[in-house]
Design a protein around this ligand. Structure first.
Ligand code: EPU
Length: 337
């Protein structure tokens, strides 16, 4: 197993930040992964998937393991349902398109989310009314210490909004090697209730959409709001949408009756961080090469040579301004390294 030293990570993070790994190994199989873990016991490790949810503010002083496991296979099916297993290094969007081409429904609302399959359960990726937890049957992960392969059921993952056991209790204990999804072959459950999907479909005179048409509509909407990391470095939503109390919401709503919001229960309301950031005047603002996307204020962008530190400073400036203006703390969704 070849271990490279002082390895550049610019092409391994969607923000396009220039930073180096002290050591770097790309593994192509579970056996190789086990081997590298066994031979490098005691070393500080950093696990890299698609690099789509991290902000590098410094060089990584660790052995970076690039999880480059490929492959997908149907592991079970009957007339209506299929269980398909994808290896962790498969590109998420290509996997979504593959499933749609096979006629498998359930993940079409998660089209065009950057990153790899293996990292999707970690933060329970979600968009347009669907989350990974709605279709994930199980995932396999290797224990970093013992190299034992363990299966986690959906319940074992303790999923929440952009949360799972892999971010909490079991942080840094396992490396996900594959994920199995339970998808529909017939009677697809089409969910077009969120945001602009219905309007986008209506503009094409589509009344009862197929899974492919839902995917196309979401791809169009995402492309209109979210920058393509290949053209403009970014990491999707930089912040999570905050949850506030009803009392706090009512106070702000009196002054801002146009504030979008989602009532969660009798006590709590979720508000879009993008809206709060826009109200604070950051949308489309640029500070050197670090900026706030002009079409979606939740997304920070690297116009070229921004450093991770510059983007981090911008994010802190935004957090402080939102706190001073609305009394609401917004938390980063992206992992700051
Ligand atoms: N809004 C603004 N200004 C902005 C951005 C948003 O006023 O600059 C308002 C919109 O007008 C809308 C509301 O905020 O009323 C919600 O906006 P949007 O539908 O774009 O969704 P979001 O809550 O900002 C979340 C996810 C996205 C996901 C979309 C669609 C989080 C942190 N983000 O964004 O996920 O694509 O919903 O489902 O939950 C990601 O995680 O990387 C990501 C892009």
């Amino acid at each position: 197993m070849e271990i490279k030293t002082n390895y550049p990570l610019k092409n391994h993070n969607t923000f396009g930040i220039a930073a180096n790994a002290k050591e770097f190994a790309s593994v192509q199989s579970v056996a190789e992964l086990a081997e590298v873990l066994k031979e490098n016991k005691g070393k500080k490790l950093f696990i890299l998937g698609g690099g789509s949810n991290m902000l590098l503010t410094q060089n990584i002083d660790a052995l970076v393991i690039h999880v480059n496991l490929k492959g997908k296979e149907v592991v079970w099916q009957d007339d209506n349902t299929v269980h398909i297993k994808a290896m962790a290094g498969e590109n998420w969007h290509e996997f979504v398109l593959y499933c749609i081409d096979q006629g498998y429904g359930g993940i079409e609302n998660l089209s065009l989310i950057p990153g790899n399959v293996g990292t999707t359960p970690i933060q329970n990726i979600g968009a347009y009314g669907k989350e990974i937890k709605d279709t994930m049957v199980s995932c396999e992960a290797i224990d970093r210490e013992t190299q034992q392969l363990v299966t986690f059921t959906n319940k074992d993952c303790e999923f929440g909004y952009r949360e799972s056991v892999f971010k909490g209790r079991l942080k840094d204990k396992y490396i996900i090697t594959s994920v199995t999804f339970g998808l529909t072959k017939t009677n697809h459950v089409i969910n077009t209730s969120y945001g602009d999907i219905a309007a986008e479909l209506a503009s094409h005179n589509i009344v009862s959409p197929t899974i492919k048409e839902v995917s196309n509509a979401i791809t169009t909407i995402r492309q209109s709001k979210l920058p393509d990391p290949k053209e403009l470095g970014n990491s999707g939503s930089f912040f999570k949408n905050p949850v506030i109390t009803i009392e706090q919401f009512e106070r702000i709503y009196l002054q801002h009756p146009t504030m979008p919001h989602y009532t969660l229960d009798d006590s709590f309301v979720k508000v879009p961080a993008g809206w709060l950031i826009e109200q604070c005047g950051f949308k489309g603002k640029r500070f050197g090469d670090a900026g706030v996307h002009a079409k979606q204020a939740l997304v920070l962008v690297n116009y070229g040579t921004a450093t991770g530190q510059e983007l981090l400073n911008l994010s802190k400036n935004i957090q402080q301004t939102v706190l001073d203006t609305f009394g609401i703390s917004i938390e980063a969704e992206v992992n700051v390294i």
